[in-house]
Write a protein that binds this ligand. Structure first.
Ligand SMILES: [Mg+2]
Length: 216
């Protein structure tokens, strides 16, 4: 497959204002939410490795398929206001959009469809036949620090693009910087100092992408 220009979007706190895992924790109650939010924040700020919280958060919450489906709806309700039109414009100009996330495939799928994005790189959750939580795909790269860069390298190998641009709010997104042509930090919903300092651009609105990326 070939695609000459690829734009990679983070999902949580980028394409949508929410952190899916925090919203799942919310369903489990205030105390669980606080505990989970602290873990998520520490990981997104790069203070602790993602793999140290990834399994733990899911083991605490034990999300059901129904709850994950609810989060899917919430991603759309809280979509970044300019995401739909910015992505449509990018596609018209020949960019292939890909979602790259440490979130869950089943939760992100509806948002991807809504935004017209056909390629999702995210963590598959595993459920029992009654919809109760079983496990997650423990081999999937974005369950650990550096995992997004691994996927970016695979994407580059698969498509041999002339350009890869990545955009996101977290340190896990910033880790893709060595593998992309341009990394754009996104700070509308969450500002991480390390991301703000080390990004080529730091924006607050996805429409701003259109004026800063190459060939537009
Ligand atoms: Mg994010």
């Amino acid at each position: 497959m070939t695609a000459s220009k690829i734009i990679i979007f983070d999902c949580d706190s980028t394409l949508s204002s929410i952190e899916g895992i925090d919203e799942l924790a919310c369903i489990a109650g205030d105390e669980v939410r606080q505990q989970i939010e602290e873990m998520t924040n520490a990981a997104m700020e790069g203070k602790i490795p993602l793999e140290s919280v990834f399994a733990k958060r899911l083991e605490i919450i034990q999300p059901t398929l129904e709850q994950v489906t609810q989060i899917g709806e919430l991603y759309i309700q809280r979509v970044e206001p300019s995401a739909l039109s910015a992505i449509a414009t990018l596609k018209q100009d020949g960019w292939l959009p890909i979602i790259l996330s440490a979130g869950y495939v089943q939760a992100i799928q509806p948002l991807a469809e809504y935004l017209g994005i056909s390629s999702i790189e995210a963590v598959p959750l595993l459920f029992n036949s009654d919809g109760s939580y079983q496990d997650f795909d423990r081999s999937y790269p974005t369950t650990r620090s550096g995992g997004k860069l691994e996927i970016v390298k695979k994407i580059r190998h698969k498509y041999s693009p002339s350009q890869i641009v990545a955009i996101g709010d977290g340190v896990s997104d910033l880790e893709t910087k060595p593998g992309v042509n341009m990394f754009i930090g996104f700070g509308r919903y969450a500002v991480r100092d390390k991301v703000k300092t080390e990004s080529s651009y730091f924006i607050q609105d996805l429409a701003e992408i259109l004026s800063i990326i190459p060939d537009l």
